[in-house]
Design a protein around this ligand. Structure first.
Ligand code: SF4
Length: 186
């Protein structure tokens, strides 16, 4: 991989254990897809060769929560589904992350009805809200990268009791009043 040329053969490297662990964590974020509607199609496209989520080490979609650490909720969630989704979240490995993909997952979208949860953050600790109806794959990738940046900086926030604080990052689209795609912590 060219490392032999960059590093002297008889040299050695030192680093902090936490940096190595964080490098491994951010390079192997394994998603658990919970796709219930049209946003799920964009989620599938994100893993396709055109967008290639594998470039970010996050293409290994697991359908067992015990092998996943990133829950991506793509689409509307009904009140009947929510206990199942909560159980899936609880079964995932720590430290785990949640992306709310699209208007329906984040707010109920246009389904303003008693049967649809009006925002999954009422029941789950959401780390990144990806806007759109549906969001483009690039936007979802930006959401994954936002989590990777937090892991990389060793910035995983914890509550006083040791549980992890949800990040609650809102991605801003390039077409909104803010020109750059930036992240706002709220
Ligand atoms: S946000 Fe739009 S595209 Fe996504 S599930 Fe809702 S209606 Fe479908």
């Amino acid at each position: 991989m060219g490392l032999e040329n960059a590093i002297p053969v008889d040299g050695y490297m030192t680093t902090q254990l936490s940096r190595v662990i964080n490098w491994a964590r951010r390079s192997s974020v394994w998603p658990m897809p919970f796709a219930t509607a049209c946003c799920g199609i964009e989620l599938m496209a994100t893993a396709s060769s055109r967008y290639d989520l594998a470039r970010f080490g996050a293409e290994v979609f697991r359908f067992s929560p015990r092998q996943a650490d990133l829950l991506i909720v793509a689409g509307r969630v009904t009140t009947k589904m929510m206990p199942v989704l909560q159980r899936i979240y609880l079964q995932m490995t720590e430290p785990k992350w949640v992306i709310s993909m699209g208007a329906c997952a984040s707010t109920g979208g246009l389904f303003n009805t008693y049967a649809v949860v009006q925002g999954i953050d009422q029941f789950l600790p959401v780390d990144v809200y990806v806007p759109g109806c549906p969001p483009r794959p690039e936007m979802l990738i930006e959401g994954v990268m936002a989590i990777q940046r937090i892991i990389d900086e060793d910035n995983i926030p914890f509550e006083g009791d040791g549980s992890r604080k949800p990040l609650r990052l809102n991605l801003v689209t390039p077409n909104s009043t803010t020109v750059d795609m930036t992240i706002n912590a709220s």
